[in-house]
Design a protein around this ligand. Structure first.
Ligand SMILES: [Zn+2]
Length: 404
């Protein structure tokens, strides 16, 4: 049970009940579509007349639309309801250190259009370019009502100032992305750390979310991020910085991290770590290596991963070393948080059949509470970071309202 916060509460008005029922009906349509009014009444326990009033309103607002007639043995054929996919567009932005993706999704979070731009080193230049891209995307489809823009970031956003305050892998100064993007597009902008966005993507769109109350998302890329939803709610901490497990020490006096500390988890378990392991072991046989990008260029993670997939023993060794450290940190999450499920997001999941058993073995040997936590990879094809950006906007309409 949640304690009532006397510094931040909302009393129930007659609007409150209507809003809650509307959101329940909207969620039932989302998960059971196409669905008749009668079935909505049955699923919700609301009166048929109440359901009809809510549906009329949702149709008026163009959130819901009526499709084909249903088939019933006798009597009037019901009209089936579904979300109005053509009506609503949500824009998702996934910012990564090298490349940023901009996409348009419908209400079912299906991507309708998608494009990429290089992530400029200069944050101001980048915001200008991104704003122009989004405006073009909107201009091409004037028939759509745009609900907002969700942005997934490899960093942390200060909850009060909306400025990006901690993004060691992005090398930007503190920057306000929200205000200039809202000004140039006229749409509300939601910013979220990539790992939190991935956790939300799992909660709202994922295959692992059925019956799951406590879910942890671990994003493995240039760094490591952790997003936690406990009891269906994102854990942010008092400053919005909760989840920085990538920067807890796993090796005392270890290698220096970009954050300034030494021996951080992400220094040993991220993509960059695997590249380092590979470079160390392959340095003696570097010449003429099939995986090197071109002569003289150091390998990037994609090279190492591809070599591992092709069965190169040194590349596989590097990936396994990375996986062992992934296991060390995941064991800590299992012991400390005991979630229902931990989802792992990142390119490295392409070799999950090789690293999954290794990670699970380490978790098992290190965590005495491991029994019920499942550790599972996400399919990179589902674009979890970008889906998370869409989920940021979706949850504003489908999430439970906070009262009391
Ligand atoms: Zn660190």
């Amino acid at each position: 049970m949640r304690k009532i916060d006397l510094t931040n509460f909302q009393v129930a008005t007659s609007e409150t009940a209507r809003d809650i029922n509307r959101r329940i009906v909207l969620n039932l349509i989302r998960s059971h579509q196409p669905i008749s009014r009668a079935d909505l009444a049955r699923h919700s326990g609301l009166q048929r007349s109440t359901v009809s009033v809510i549906i009329e309103q949702l149709i008026d607002d163009r959130w819901v639309t009526e499709g084909a007639n249903g088939h019933v043995p006798r009597g009037r054929r019901p009209r089936f309801l579904h979300l109005n996919q053509e009506r609503v567009g949500i824009i998702g932005v996934n910012i990564r250190p090298a490349l940023t993706t901009v996409a348009l999704a419908d209400l079912d979070a299906r991507f309708v259009a998608q494009e990429s731009l290089p992530t400029a080193r200069d944050s101001e230049q980048f915001v200008t370019e991104l704003g122009a891209r989004i405006r073009n995307l909107i201009k091409v489809r004037p028939e759509i009502t745009y609900e907002g823009i969700g942005v997934s970031l490899p960093g942390r956003v200060d909850l009060a100032s909306n400025r990006l305050v901690f993004a060691p892998n992005l090398e930007w100064e503190e920057v306000d992305l929200k205000t200039p993007l809202e000004e140039v597009t006229g749409l509300p902008v939601e910013l979220e750390n990539a790992a939190n966005a991935c956790a939300l993507a799992e909660v709202w769109l994922g295959r692992q979310s059925e019956g799951v109350r406590n879910l942890v998302a671990v994003t493995v890329s240039e760094g490591i991020g952790v997003g936690m939803t406990m009891n269906h709610q994102l854990v942010r901490g008092s400053t919005g910085m909760a989840g920085e497990f990538g920067h807890i020490t796993v090796v005392e006096n270890g290698i220096e991290c970009r954050c300034g500390n030494r021996g951080c988890w992400e220094v040993y378990a991220s993509n960059s770590a695997a590249v380092r392991y590979y470079a160390q072991s392959a340095s003696s046989v570097r010449h003429g290596r099939a995986g090197a990008r071109s002569l003289g260029q150091p390998p990037v993670f994609e090279d190492v991963l591809r070599l591992a997939e092709q069965g190169d023993p040194k590349a596989m060794e590097a990936i396994e070393e990375m996986a062992r450290y992934m296991g060390v940190g995941i064991a800590l999450l299992v012991t400390g948080l005991a979630p229902d499920v931990i989802v792992v997001i990142g390119e490295v999941t392409r070799v999950w059949d090789k690293i999954g058993p290794l990670i699970n073995q380490i978790v098992k040997s290190r965590s005495f509470t491991h029994a019920t936590t499942r550790v599972v990879p996400t399919d990179p094809a589902t674009q979890p970071r970008l889906s998370g950006a869409i989920a940021l906007v979706l949850q504003k309409h489908f999430g439970a309202p906070s009262v009391a």
